[in-house]
Design a protein. Structure first.
Lengths: 295, 387
């Protein structure tokens, strides 16, 4: 399970992870990737959530910001990277802590996040010197490139299986901009939009979702019909993006399909109902990301 | 913990220099150096124009998917690159070869060949993003300087330190995601040489992490070096004029908007002759500069970036005080005339600043000159002001 993509506030996040304690997921990523202001928990509060998940036999990884632009944000990362079982690095600077055996990350596992842009097996192999346990594939990478990486390296390979995908990230907060306020003075107005703001084209097609400084696809990326193919090409884990609605149901459907208890065609029909703006998976098939290609 | 980590970051840079540490990592009076001009060249004519106009360095790319301006009709082959590099070196101008794609399966060899060719040609540096290409370059050409491409997105001290320690990179092209204050934080603590985009098209998203073009067209900025290529642009005239990229609507222009400029209006409606793909639309074809309905606020506006171009002439004093090594003029896809005029504008402005720093003011005709080149776009510096 990936980190919560939107700004939910403390109470929503706490109750969400309480629910996830009972869900059939192996690994939970926690933290905010897109905005340093969303680091709203103290270390103790975050540790409490992590402990709850660990007691429920989940491995918990702290996801770092993808775009870090100053020392204050680096210090924010340093405060949390040691709290879980490992760290999902979304910017290269995090690797310094592991190379230098910084006590902050002693005995922690290192996972290379999707924002590191690992597009080929030689780049993936390079990361092996840092003992990277798992590499999350870039959003736009195709099945053949994933296969090429997976067959060449020993690290585990994870792909995004369900959720609204990151199509861009900026220093500018698009949520604040849409309300005519600056990012500096945002007062975390994103808390009022726990599912973001949907943008539609002039011909009324839902295209993007504004999520603070991030632009997400409005369509939900879905690889449920390709579970067997994912296994064949060497993918070892599938990432589900959290949502305020239906997350546990989505997890269950993926789990059943992975176990072979449910057919992919049947599963996608159910999942389609959970996708408010339609499904997509084009990137995985080497096509424009917004397209959906049935298996 | 906060204070300690801050101190450590500075100590690391001073006490443990990389064995590959080059010029730019030592102590020095960075504030007094004159900013250099790094100019784009999409072909030999542009390169010669850049050299003749007074650029300090020219950056080029090969005709392959090795770089992020992989457009038909531009870039260099081995022979033209050789002639260009010889010409530039004869005039004591440096040439940097851009090899900043993120190659996917089967494409890595294209980038590695570009690195080898750049080395054979005597390029002064290569501009790189991908970890595999960085590793190959450092292992096989240990004396070939590497500039970290903006696509790699090294936006903070720890990331800069990573690339320095791993690959001996001592020159960083900073993302357009940093405020002036943050740029100063980097230059003050690292002594890294940094280059900054100062003029030209403006990417509002974090470089290397924008997949808008890829999402709509299937052609990726990172791997194919293209962003909403003009071939995907189409127009549909209903009540208003609707601009589409690969069939997805990204803007709507009312008759009233078109009437603002009779010249633009005339060009719009000349689409049957193929003339509609003019600069007005070309400058608005990127999805980040599209106009959409926000279903929450009910506004129809530019949610990401209104159509502007980057013009940081006014920031020359701040850039100089920040210790920027060079400004980068965007536009390898642009004409010889654009390259020459842009350099002349920047050279004049930088000379004016050098001769009178305290009384510096941008001559208005320089702004006008840039405005003319980016007709129909407003100038902007907001990305460096955090707005």
């Amino acid at each position: 399970m990936g980190p919560a993509p939107f700004s939910w506030g403390k109470e929503k996040i706490k109750s969400f992870y309480k629910e996830i304690e009972l869900a059939e997921v192996d690994n939970v990523f926690i933290g905010d990737i897109v905005c340093h202001k969303r680091h709203i928990f103290s270390s103790d509060e975050l540790k409490e959530i992590i402990n709850g998940l660990q007691n429920a036999e989940k491995k918990v990884f702290v996801s770092t910001l993808a775009l870090v632009t100053n020392n204050k944000e680096l210090e924010g990362i340093e405060e949390i990277i040691g709290l879980g079982d490992g760290v999902e690095a979304n910017m290269m600077g995090v690797f310094n802590y592991f190379r230098e055996k910084n006590p902050l990350v002693a005995d922690k596992k290192l996972i290379a996040g999707a924002f590191l842009n690992i597009y080929n097996w030689k780049a993936a192999e390079y990361l092996s010197k840092f003992n990277v346990e798992r590499i999350i594939m870039p959003f736009e990478i195709s099945d053949s490139s994933i296969a090429d990486i997976a067959k060449s390296i020993s690290s585990k390979i994870e792909v995004y299986g369900w959720g609204n995908l990151s199509t861009a990230l900026s220093w500018r907060c698009y949520t604040a901009r849409s309300l005519d306020i600056s990012r500096d003075e945002c007062k975390m107005v994103c808390l009022d939009y726990p599912e973001g703001m949907v943008l539609e084209t002039v011909d009324r097609q839902d295209l993007f979702i504004i999520n603070g400084p991030q632009i997400l696809s409005a369509k939900t990326h879905c690889l449920i019909e390709y579970i067997d193919k994912l296994k064949d090409i060497g993918v070892t884990s599938i990432r589900i993006e959290p949502s305020l609605k239906n997350t546990v149901e989505v997890i269950n459907i993926y789990r059943q399909t992975i176990k072979g208890e449910r057919d992919g065609k049947e599963a996608v029909e159910i999942l389609n109902k959970f996708a408010d703006h339609g499904l997509c998976n084009g990137w995985f098939l080497g096509k424009p990301g917004w397209e959906y290609v049935a298996a | 913990m906060r204070e300690a980590s801050c101190i450590r970051r500075e100590i690391d840079f001073c006490v443990f220099p990389s064995p590959l540490m080059g010029e730019g990592w030592g102590e020095g009076d960075i504030n007094m150096k004159k900013i250099k001009i790094n100019a784009p060249a999409g072909n030999l004519e542009c390169l010669k124009a850049a050299v003749d106009a007074g650029a300090n360095a020219v950056y080029i790319g090969f005709q392959s998917a090795s770089n992020l301006r992989n457009f038909a009709g531009i870039n260099f082959n081995f022979k033209t690159a050789k002639e260009g590099i010889n010409y530039a070196h004869h005039h004591k101008v440096k040439v940097y070869v851009t090899v900043n794609s993120y190659p996917q399966a089967g494409e890595l060899s294209i980038c590695l060949k570009a690195i080898d060719d750049a080395y054979k040609l005597g390029a002064d540096a290569v501009i790189v993003s991908d970890l595999a290409v960085l590793e190959y370059t450092r292992k096989n050409h240990p004396n070939l300087p590497i500039h970290l491409s903006v696509q790699a997105g090294a936006s903070c001290l720890e990331s800069i330190r990573f690339y320095r320690d791993e690959f001996g990179v001592n020159y960083f092209i900073l993302p357009r995601t940093l405020t002036l204050k943050e740029i100063k934080e980097i230059t003050a603590s690292s002594k890294a040489k940094v280059e900054l985009f100062a003029s030209g098209s403006l990417c509002i998203n974090y470089e290397g992490r924008c997949f808008l073009s890829s999402y709509i067209t299937g052609e990726s900025t990172n791997t194919e070096g293209t962003c909403s290529r003009p071939k995907f642009l189409s127009l549909e005239k209903k009540e208003d004029l609707i601009a589409k990229i690969n069939g997805i609507s990204i803007n709507r222009f009312s008759d009233r908007e078109l009437l603002i400029s009779p010249a633009l209006s005339a060009r719009f409606f000349a689409d049957e002759s193929g003339q509609w793909k003019d600069s007005f639309l070309i400058n608005r074809r990127q999805i980040c500069k599209g106009r959409f309905f926000n279903k929450t606020t009910r506004d129809f506006d530019y949610p990401f970036q209104s159509p502007v171009y980057l013009n940081t002439l006014d920031l020359i004093p701040e850039l100089s005080q920040a210790g920027i090594d060079a400004i980068k003029i965007e536009g390898r896809q642009r004409s010889e005339d654009y390259v020459r005029r842009s350099i002349l504008v920047w050279k004049k402005a930088l000379d004016d600043y050098a001769s009178n720093p305290s009384g510096f003011k941008v001559a208005s005709f320089l702004d006008t000159e840039l405005d003319i080149m980016f007709e129909s776009l407003e100038p902007s510096i907001n990305c460096y002001l955090g707005k």
